[in-house]
Design a protein around this ligand. Sequence first.
Ligand SMILES: [Zn+2]
Length: 219
Amino acid sequence: MSVYEKIKEKIISSAGYVKTKVSEMASKVQKFLGDLYDEIVFTPDEDYERLEACEQERIESCLRAIAEVLGENPLNRLMSLSPQERALALCLIVEKTAEYMSIEIDNIILGDFEDINGYYSEANRAIALDIQRLIEEPMTESTAKGVLATVFHELRHAYQHNACKSPALYNMDRATARIWRTNFKNYISPSKNPRRYFNQPVEQDARDFALLVVDCFNS
Ligand SMILES: [Zn+2]
């Protein structure tokens, strides 16, 4: 082996050594920083397919709760109930779905909120639903669908809050959890700016999720 080849081999073997050391250091830094690491760099989720399957399971949890409370034809069933029975049915759906998705809901508030259909309060871990739509007589199919969509929209907000605190525990990809975390820190209320409220990531996601659930059934 010529001197030149010996030097070349040495450089190549040192490069491998340096590369290994750098990657060891990177994993130590990642371990040390924990969730904070994702605040600094976006990292790809290696188990993306498993996370997608978990999202599908969450949709199925909602459908299971609906079927258990309202049966095979949920819209017609909801429309045929008395206002009191409807309120009870929706509370039951919230409780069951929360249980299936491993999220804590301490309170369900039914109130007259005029121009909003409902909201989720992280401070009180409460889901609030507008009573006026609920007691509409006769209830139309579009209202029945809308009321159920609101329930799953607000439940999704509860899930988002949990998932952005512990993405691994709630099987959510870290990049999405990071976007939600940043969005909640800078949340735009509808009174501040209706268009930006509508377009922010947590609202888009809650609407999409609720639609995926309610579009699974028709009267
Ligand atoms: Zn919302």
